[in-house]
Ligand binder design. Structure first.
Ligand code: 5RP
Length: 224
């Protein structure tokens, strides 16, 4: 199977997985990226069975609306049963690196509303230790140099500003290479304290409850 076929398979598996959690009043959380796009397309086939979605990016909002799926303001929703999104890396505890698509802050906001984070990914995303994928961090521009220096001194990471990218919130993304994230919860808590950091792309506090992993043998469900 190609990577695209694996993404479509996990997207369909996600629709089947979330059905028992839903009724016609349900609002679901929708992530961002190429795997989330496959999920949005699969969701369109059952859009009449839900009230709508809370979206994690302008791009996902546009795709949802193009399918006729109502998009609700996150401030009008107190809680959602499920949030479905991809990941750049996921470890064997369900902790993730996210933000390859620069949507990490809104993704974490929607994940925070959700009772259940359903990660959809192909098998290349499953790792023993997070950090081979450059860690994205959304940063307020005037703090960029200080945040990058601090990654070097505290963690020995090499940080750089992602060229040509402005987030949906008007900020920049710093990508940090050379990390071995052996304690995701501790690093998430520490980096989120640094002035100017909006969100670090470690999803430890908001880790996956289940990962639907696309493999050449079919979709595997990993429960955490
Ligand atoms: C966007 C994300 C995505 O979930 C992550 O980058 C995975 O994307 P893809 O499904 O395209 O591999 O965090 O900010």
């Amino acid at each position: 199977m190609t990577q695209d076929q694996l993404k479509q398979a996990v997207a369909q598996a996600a629709v089947d997985h979330i059905l028992p959690f839903l009724d016609s009043k349900s609002v679901i959380g929708v992530g961002t990226g190429s795997t989330a796009n496959c999920f949005i397309d699969a969701l369109a086939t059952m859009k009449d069975q839900i009230r709508g979605a809370v979206s994690s990016s302008v791009k996902s909002t546009e795709r949802l609306q193009a399918h006729g799926i109502p998009v609700l303001d996150s401030n009008t929703v107190e809680s959602i049963p499920v949030y479905i999104d991809g990941a750049d890396e996921i470890d064997h505890q369900g902790c993730m690196i996210k933000g390859g698509g620069a949507a990490l802050t809104r993704e974490k906001i929607v994940a925070d509303l959700a009772e259940r984070f359903v990660c959809i990914a192909d098998e290349s995303k499953l790792v023993d230790v997070l950090g081979a994928f450059p860690l994205p961090v959304e940063v307020i521009p005037m703090a960029a140099a200080q945040v990058m220096r601090r990654f070097a001194t505290v963690y020995g990471g090499q940080a750089s500003v992602r060229a040509g990218v402005t987030t949906d919130n008007g900020n920049i993304i710093v990508d940090v290479r050379g990390l071995k994230i052996t304690d995701p919860l501790a690093m998430e808590a520490e980096v989120n304290q640094w002035p100017g950091v909006v969100t670090v792309g470690i999803f430890g506090r908001h880790k996956a409850k289940v990962c639907l992993l696309g493999t050449s043998q079919g979709v595997r469900a990993l429960d955490f």
